[in-house]
Design a protein around this ligand. Structure first.
Ligand code: RTP
Ligand code: MG
Length: 157
């Protein structure tokens, strides 16, 4: 009996071919919705190679927004952030791609549009650090947790 790696029915993937498919959660924030920019931003996300797994439009209550950003509770900007995120409708989107978390943060740019690289979504569309158009998860683990905050597994496809 051949070892598995030499058995053509069970090829061992070469390391360079191994997949790093990740999930990340985007939220098109209330400023994006108010400025009628959701279509433009989604087009940029799709052109960058992200697959949309699930998407919906909703308005977060203060409790839901506060829970989502609970990691920042106690920081000076927390109350303003919760007020803003619950100030109108937003569009959470579950995304999938190789290296999705880092690639999505590169696509949206730095938190403050003043510091964001040219061509990034925040540089193009955001007014300031508070109203910065879009959220992106900051780790693969948080990507999975944040997708599950808005979407049941049966809704994802
Ligand atoms: P996000 O979670 O929304 O994708 O933003 P981020 O990772 O780039 O930044 P994060 O540190 O997670 O902060 C969450 C949101 O809080 C607001 N913020 N304001 N005034 C401030 O110093 C400050 N720091 C953060 C921003 O609107 C940021 O998007
Ligand atoms: Mg963050």
């Amino acid at each position: 009996m051949k070892p598995e790696s030499q058995n053509p029915k069970h090829p061992t993937p070469h390391p360079s071919e191994s997949s790093l498919i990740e999930r990340t959660l985007a939220i098109l924030k209330p400023d994006c919705v108010r400025k009628n920019l959701t279509g433009e931003v989604i087009a940029r996300i799709e052109k960058a190679g992200f697959k949309i797994l699930a998407m919906r439009k909703l308005r977060m209550t203060r409790d839901v927004a506060g829970g989502f950003y609970a990691v920042h509770k106690g920081r000076p900007f927390y109350d303003g952030l919760v007020d803003f995120m619950s100030s109108g409708a937003c569009v959470p989107i579950a995304l999938e791609k190789d290296n999705a978390v880092a690639d999505f943060r590169a696509l949206i740019g730095a938190t403050d549009p003043k510091d964001a690289a040219p061509g990034t979504i925040r540089k193009l569309y955001a007014d300031n650090k508070g109203e910065n158009i879009v959220h992106g998860s900051d780790s693969a683990e948080n990507g999975r947790i944040e997708v599950a905050y808005f979407f049941a597994e049966q809704e994802i496809g």
